[in-house]
Design a protein around this ligand. Structure first.
Ligand code: ZN
Length: 194
């Protein structure tokens, strides 16, 4: 299936002293949606954005917000990020003991469900949950910090996931996260990312 290419810049790269204005600027620059990197200081060695911050920014943008939860035990936080205005919520396969349930619950709460995979995590880890997934997030850096270098070794995994999705006839976006720029976006797209 041919899918529209969308760009979802991460708020992590913005000036945190003026997040509302940064949301406006990203919209004017042509962003398709805004990506909120949520870190808890446990799942990843950094601490970032709580739901109240996102809720405060919500009136400043008409773009869809997506929350990428890099946290342990994401189930307890999912409703807070949906209430804050995120229409997509992504959880890590490595952080969910009952992944199928976590993803189903995101949908039940009215949002699009996403599943994220760290660079070392094989594609097969999500092969039995695709029926409850709207978006797959392939990490092309080890999560925790902005500005890291793209790991091209994840491209064969993107191809595998794209094949799984197409073979199963699923309606699922594939997003890539980390080190994406003018020099890396073409290869990621060729592998199957949209
Ligand atoms: Zn992210």
């Amino acid at each position: 299936m041919q899918r529209t290419i969308e760009i979802a810049p991460s708020i992590l790269a913005s000036d945190f002293s003026k997040l509302g204005a940064e949301c406006v600027e990203l919209g004017a620059a042509g962003a398709d949606r805004l990506h909120w990197d949520v870190m808890d200081g446990v799942f990843v060695p950094n601490l970032t954005i709580g739901p109240d911050v996102i809720a405060a920014c919500r009136p400043h943008s008409e773009l869809p917000f997506e929350a990428h939860l890099m946290v342990v035990d994401p189930d307890q936080l999912v409703p807070r990020y949906i209430e804050a205005g995120c229409s997509t919520v992504m959880v890590h396969v490595e952080a969910c003991i009952h992944l199928h349930r976590s993803l189903s619950r995101i949908r039940d709460l009215g949002a699009r469900s996403g599943v994220a995979l760290n660079p070392h995590t094989p594609a097969e880890m999500i092969s039995h949950v695709l029926e409850v997934v709207d978006q797959v997030l392939v990490m092309s850096v080890n999560p925790g910090f902005g500005g890291q270098s793209y790991i091209a070794a994840v491209e064969p995994k993107i191809v595998e996931i794209k094949t799984m999705i197409d073979t199963g006839g699923h309606d699922i976006d594939i997003e890539v996260d980390g080190g994406i720029g003018a020099g890396t976006i073409a290869a990621a797209t060729a592998a199957g990312v949209n």
